[in-house]
Unconditional design. Structure first.
Length: 310
C-alpha cells in the first residue's frame, strides 16, 4: 500500500511538472506567433517561416552531433510524409499569421486533434466515439461564427489556416509510424526539408511579392532570431511535457496557447473579442477539449509529441 501511495505521488508530481512545461510551451508558441505577426508588413511570410524553421534545423543538427544520432537522408516513406506535410503545415501557419490576428490562427490551428481522430476513422477505419463527429461540426460552426467569412478572396487565410490544421493532423499520424526512428533524427529531417521548401517559396514562387521592406531597419532582424528560438524552445518543452505526463492532460493544458495569443492581441494590437468571436472561440475550445477527453475511450496512436502550430 505504501508503494502504491508513493507511485501515486510520483505520477501526480510528474503530471504537475508536465502541465507547467506545457504552459511554458504554449507561451513560447504564442510568442513565436506574435513576433511573426508583427513582421507581416516588413518581411514576406515565407521568409519569416524560413528563419523560424532554420533555427530549429541548426539546433537539431547540433543535438544530432552531440547525441551521435543518425542523420537520415533516404529514411522511410512515413518520415518523408512527416517532413513534406510538416513543411506545408508551417507555411500554412505563417501565411495565416500574416493575414489574421494571432488568436484566430492559434484557435483554428488548435483543432488538429479533432481532424486526427476523424482521419483515423475515415482512412484507417478505426472506431471512434460517435460524439466526435458532433465535435467536428461544432468546431467548424465555431470557425464560421468566429470569422463570419464572406467566402470570397478575403476568406482565403481562414481556409488556409483550417487546411493547415488538417495537414498537421496528417503529420501527427505519420509520426505514429516513425516510432523506431530517433526523435532528433526525425526533427532534423523535417527542419531541413521545411527550410528548403520555405526558401524555395520565398525566392521562386513569390510572384512579385517583395521579400523584405527596403526601409526596414537592420535591427529588426534581431527579433526574427528569438522568434525561431521561441518556436524551438516551445517544441522542446512540449516534448518534455508529453514524455512526463498523461497525454490527455497535457493536450488539454496546451489549449492555454489560445489564452496567451488573446493576451498578445489585446495588449499589443488592442484587438478584443466581440460577442460572435467570443462564442466562436468558446465553441472551438469546447470541441477540442471534448475530443481530447474522449481519447480515454479510444486507443489512438501516440502521435501528439509534435506541435499543433508548426
Amino acid at each position: 500500500m505504501a508503494v502504491s501511495k508513493t507511485q501515486t505521488i510520483i505520477v501526480a508530481e510528474d503530471n504537475r511538472q508536465a502541465a507547467l512545461e506545457m504552459i511554458a510551451a504554449s507561451l513560447a508558441f504564442a510568442t513565436m506567433g506574435c513576433i511573426a505577426h508583427a513582421f507581416r508588413d516588413q518581411v514576406t511570410w515565407s521568409m519569416v517561416a524560413f528563419i523560424r524553421i532554420v533555427v530549429t534545423a541548426i539546433m537539431s543538427l547540433l543535438m544530432l552531433h552531440f547525441r551521435r544520432a543518425p542523420f537520415l537522408v533516404v529514411g522511410t516513406p512515413a518520415l518523408w510524409w512527416r517532413s513534406i506535410f510538416g513543411s506545408v503545415g508551417i507555411l500554412c501557419g505563417f501565411y495565416a499569421l500574416s493575414q489574421l490576428p494571432i488568436t484566430d490562427v492559434v484557435t483554428i490551428m488548435s483543432t488538429t486533434p479533432i481532424w486526427v481522430t476523424i482521419m483515423l476513422a475515415v482512412v484507417f477505419r478505426q472506431r471512434i466515439p460517435v460524439a466526435t463527429w458532433g465535435y467536428a461540426l461544432l468546431a467548424l460552426a465555431g470557425v464560421y461564427i468566429m470569422q463570419r467569412p464572406s467566402f470570397d478572396a478575403d476568406s482565403l487565410p481562414i481556409g488556409i489556416a483550417l487546411f493547415g490544421a488538417f495537414v498537421v493532423a496528417t503529420v501527427k499520424i505519420s509520426l505514429g509510424y516513425c516510432r523506431n526512428l530517433p526523435p532528433v533524427s526525425i526533427v532534423t529531417h523535417y527542419a531541413i526539408c521545411a527550410s528548403i521548401v520555405s526558401l524555395f517559396v520565398t525566392f521562386v514562387v513569390r510572384d512579385g511579392v517583395i521579400v523584405l521592406n527596403p526601409e526596414m531597419s537592420p535591427w529588426f532582424w534581431l527579433w526574427l532570431v528569438p522568434m525561431g528560438l521561441a518556436g524551438t524552445v516551445g517544441q522542446l518543452f512540449m516534448t518534455g511535457a508529453y514524455g512526463k505526463g498523461k497525454t490527455n492532460t497535457v493536450a488539454l493544458v496546451g489549449i492555454s496557447q489560445i489564452a496567451f495569443a488573446a493576451i498578445y492581441d489585446a495588449v499589443l494590437w488592442q484587438r478584443y473579442f466581440d460577442l460572435p468571436k467570443l462564442i466562436g472561440v468558446v465553441m472551438i475550445t469546447v470541441a477540442i477539449a471534448a475530443t481530447i477527453s474522449a481519447r480515454d475511450k479510444t486507443p489512438l496512436p501516440k502521435t501528439d509529441r509534435d506541435e499543433a502550430m508548426p
